[in-house]
Design a protein around this ligand. Sequence first.
Ligand SMILES: NC(=O)c1ccc[n+]([C@@H]2O[C@H](COP(=O)([O-])OP(=O)(O)OC[C@H]3O[C@@H](n4cnc5c(N)ncnc54)[C@H](OP(=O)(O)O)[C@@H]3O)[C@@H](O)[C@H]2O)c1
Length: 200
Amino acid sequence: MQTSARDDKPLSGKVAVVTGASSGIGAAISRQLAAAGAKVAMAARRENLLKEIQDEISKEGGVALAVKCDVTNRAEVKELIQHTESTLGPVDILVNNAGIWVIRCMKNLHEEEWDQQVDVNIKGVLNCIGAVISGMCERKRGHIVNMSSQNGKTVIPLVGIAVYTGSKFFVEGMSRTIRQEVCKDGVRVTCIQPGEVETP
Ligand SMILES: NC(=O)c1ccc[n+]([C@@H]2O[C@H](COP(=O)([O-])OP(=O)(O)OC[C@H]3O[C@@H](n4cnc5c(N)ncnc54)[C@H](OP(=O)(O)O)[C@@H]3O)[C@@H](O)[C@H]2O)c1
């Protein structure tokens, strides 16, 4: 049987979903997954940026799908996964990368920004896991990659990042616990803890 160059790549045949793919780390991960042969659904709110990356990946011979999605909206996240599965196939890899960080002292009570960080960094991650987990467990395969931070493992002495730090500690604790639940079904759960990365 003949195999194409794409079939030889380590992730050929795999379907990945990357949230927060319109810039920074998520855009870079999307490009790398596509270069490794995965078909990549890229989600974020800024569809124009996603389309530019989609075009770039297509020109390189990869397969990418730009999907406008706000991860804080559970219905949109379910649609993202349904659209990905009907277009590209069952999701093998979820990269839960969308996240925001705000530097504000707690005493200044920027409550809306607390909510935004909790909504994106915590609830958004849960919404995405919720949309893929039963399918992965049924298929007995899958990999959930949650973007934590060095701030998810240690408290960095920087004033104003309490809510962000708390949100990444949540990601770490939830990931370690969920791993116990799904590893028997062949589903892996990984956290990534980047240090400082220059991104938008
Ligand atoms: N840069 C660092 O030094 C660093 C260090 C440790 C961890 N991290 C983590 O790495 C991840 C990516 O950060 P980055 O540095 O690459 O930041 P970035 O360039 O600002 O990218 C953030 C991404 O999240 C998306 N996003 C934000 N809110 C969203 C929402 N409600 N729904 C869907 N997508 C949303 C943004 O897309 P739209 O605005 O288009 O929706 C964007 O694509 C975050 O989880 C961050 O906490 C970053």
